[in-house]
Design a protein around this ligand. Structure first.
Ligand code: NAD
Length: 391
């Protein structure tokens, strides 16, 4: 397989770049992204996601980056790792997935394999992506070309658990192809693989991993909201409760990002489509989505007490803007909710986060980040627990 396999990876973001480098240790790999700026940066070994260090690019295996679709037409395995965000009304936005499918379809040949890694709802690959591949290639599914689904489980910012150390769930559009997909991943994942019974099962397994985390955090957030009113410190309660062996050690907090706050809606969308409206999943989302505003209101109440209500112009520093600790990713960050509520109360709010790209923050949120954390402040709020803030 190693000699014959030529892999084209579509999407070189948090998932696609580490995956490309991992496969490049064994196979010919071409990384393709529609974002020409990202491709130019990668050619200079600059990774704005901070997942890959310059030295790794230099010393590891050769890898081509391109934004020209023609460059991947000689590949026989295509792996799709494009975004799967939400629309305005919190429904799956499959536009990136469909565009990537139609791009791959336009270069697909008999015998090729297309593997999806983007997080989706159960059934999405066969119901939404395969028809696009068929239409754009003119080929016959499961005769001329085959499909696999293998959800990505990496945890951006986590240098202790790189891709190779996380068991990979694999699946294929036929039992034989499932084995091919599994063997492919087995060759790079040292932790091993788990071959799911079907693509639907593999898709569902990823969606519930993230929904489970979301629901568990939402329970902690609900406790935080309740105990606040009872004037009980949630942290003291958790310290006591976790002495029981089977207590799950989740913590309350902001839930943002491209996965945990998004994927439960994918699952809920499919459930509603087939006639079941999930209660736990959706109420968990509702609780988690209000935490930024609640935290902002807590800060305002604290300052109002301290300054007898005269809080206008008081200086607040927010530490951290990424959606989670030790990560550069600002997608769907809930720190913006805290910021907005503090600003609306007339506070002078500044944000410091050395890990995120200030140009991207300016472009996305029209916000100028502070260049250092120095200064006189009436209140400092650590919104994100970056290790760098603790040293
Ligand atoms: N980031 C994570 O922690 C993580 C973890 C597991 C799974 N996932 C899932 O993986 C998928 C990708 O997430 P990500 O974080 O890597 O996204 P990302 O935004 O970091 O990267 C996606 C890349 O795809 C490119 N792209 C968009 N359309 C394209 C097309 N038609 N052809 C080629 N490139 C295209 C974009 O320019 C971008 O560089 C999503 O479904 C996400 O839910 C993400």
């Amino acid at each position: 397989m190693e000699k014959e396999t030529k892999i084209g990876i579509l999407g070189l973001g948090y998932v696609g770049l580490p995956l490309s480098l991992a496969f490049a240790s064994k196979y010919n790999v071409i990384g393709y992204d529609i974002n020409s700026y990202r491709v130019e940066q990668l050619k200079k070994f600059i990774d704005s996601t901070n997942e890959i260090e310059f030295s790794y690019f230099e010393t590891k295996y050769p890898l081509c980056f391109t934004n020209n679709l023609k460059d991947i037409q000689k590949c026989n395995v295509f792996i799709i790792t494009v975004p799967t965000p939400l629309s305005q009304n919190k429904e799956p936005d499959l536009s990136f997935l469909k565009k990537a499918s139609s791009d791959v379809g336009s270069v697909l040949k008999k015998g090729d394999l297309v593997i999806y890694e983007s997080t989706v709802y159960p059934g999405c690959t066969e119901e939404e992506c395969v028809p696009v591949l068929i239409a754009s290639s003119g080929l016959v599914f499961n005769i001329d070309f085959f499909v696999g689904y293998s959800p990505e489980r990496i945890n951006p910012g986590d240098k202790e658990r790189p891709l190779q150390t996380i068991v990979k769930v694999t699946s294929g559009s036929t039992p034989e192809i499932a084995i091919v997909v599994d063997e492919l991943y087995k060759s790079i994942i040292t932790a091993g693989t788990y071959m799911a019974k079907s693509m639907k099962v593999a898709e569902a397994s990823k969606a519930i991993e993230n929904a489970q985390r979301d629901v568990n955090i939402s329970f902690m957030n609900e406790l935080a909201l309740m105990f606040d009113k009872m004037e009980i410190d949630i942290n003291e309660v958790l310290e006591a409760a976790k002495t029981k062996w089977n207590f799950l050690p989740f913590k309350p907090g902001l839930v943002g990002g491209h996965c945990i706050g998004v994927d439960p809606y994918y699952l809920a969308y499919k459930a509603i489509q087939v006639g079941y409206t999930p209660k736990v999943i959706l109420s968990g989302r509702e609780v988690n989505d209000q935490m930024g505003v609640w935290m902002g209101e807590k800060i305002i109440a604290h300052l109002a007490k301290q300054f007898n209500g005269a809080i206008r112009g008081k200086r607040v520093l927010i530490l951290g803007f990424a959606f989670k600790e030790n990560c550069a990713d600002i997608r769907n960050t809930k720190v913006i909710d805290v910021y907005n509520i503090l600003k609306a109360a007339g506070l002078n709010v500044q944000i410091f986060d050395p890990l995120v790209d200030p140009i991207l923050v300016k472009k996305t949120f029209n916000l100028e980040l502070k260049k250092s954390k120095e200064g006189d402040f009436d209140y400092i709020f650590k919104a994100v627990n970056h290790t760098i803030f603790n040293s």
